[in-house]
Design a binder for this molecule. Structure first.
Ligand code: BTN
Length: 257
């Protein structure tokens, strides 16, 4: 394993409440986490890989997962019954965004959240989150483009994707970022269980989607309108041109100018 990932071992104390498994190559850390969960893995199990052979994104997209450069991790959590499961994606994106600002303060002001849980830097995607619900477990998959240079992205992605390295010209130690992320996740999931409304507020402060004109691609149609706010589930309320209010629980959205 590359040193910048292996050095996670040095942080054992800070993250001793997480059960961490590090792999060289896996199909998808979400798949490994799912299998572990089915076998009874404890709350806060974490799968980390240096590369993935079938990294997946939302809507069955491929998540580019070459070795040596990026973070691919999945968390298995068992929320207490009163936690609002639908807010996990929003809460996670807040935690990851703040962790990235911490390690790369120069990106503050350029990094923002797109509903429901994408992390953008300027106009390009920096990090994606894929939350999958099993019966009693939630699998939270997090991908962050860290040290990848733009020529390692497939050509069609170069206009759409970025990395911390591309944005700052600096290389980062992945272990340090992972520890920051885990630290923030611990904090945010606690907030989620105690005061879930606060999650909506934290997310809204970091998002550019609110008050933007958006286009949402739903399975059977697309809608255009103004994103006006989140409901208590984290669903997005949109007012369309003809004045109708639509609530989106999940969708692929585009910000219009
Ligand atoms: C998206 O933006 O569409 C979500 C991308 C999620 C990628 C991460 S990488 C770690 C985990 N394993 C996967 O196969 N996907 C998630």
């Amino acid at each position: 394993l590359p040193n910048d990932l292996l050095s996670l071992e040095h942080y054992q104390e800070e993250i001793s409440d997480f059960h961490i498994h590090i792999h060289n190559t896996v199909s998808s850390t979400n798949e490994i986490a799912k299998n572990l969960a089915l076998k009874g893995a404890p709350h806060n199990s974490v799968i980390i890989a240096d590369s993935q052979t079938s990294g997946k994104g939302r809507f069955r997209r491929v998540w580019i997962s070459p070795p040596g450069v990026n973070i691919y991790m999945s968390l298995c959590i068992k929320p207490s019954s009163d936690a609002r499961v639908s807010l996990v994606p929003l809460a996670t994106s807040v935690a990851v965004m703040d962790a990235l600002c911490r390690v790369a303060p120069e990106i503050k002001g350029r990094i923002w959240l797109k509903w429901p849980n994408d992390i953008y830097l300027d106009e390009k995607k920096l990090s994606g989150i894929l939350v999958e619900n099993l019966k009693r477990d939630i699998i939270v998959g997090i991908g962050v483009n860290v040290n990848i240079s733009s020529n390692r992205f497939p050509e069609d992605l170069r206009e759409k994707a970025t990395s911390l390295y591309i944005a700052t010209g600096r290389q980062f130690r992945r272990a340090e970022i992972i520890v920051e992320i885990l630290y923030n996740l611990r904090e945010i999931y606690k907030i989620l269980s105690e005061n879930s409304y606060y999650i909506i507020q934290l997310w809204s402060e970091r998002s550019k989607t609110l008050n933007s004109m958006i286009k949402a691609y739903l399975p059977d149609r697309t809608i255009e309108g103004k994103a006006i706010g989140l409901d208590e589930n984290g669903f997005m309320k949109v007012i369309t041109a003809d004045g109708k209010m639509v609530t989106l629980s999940s969708a692929d959205i585009l910000h219009l100018r």
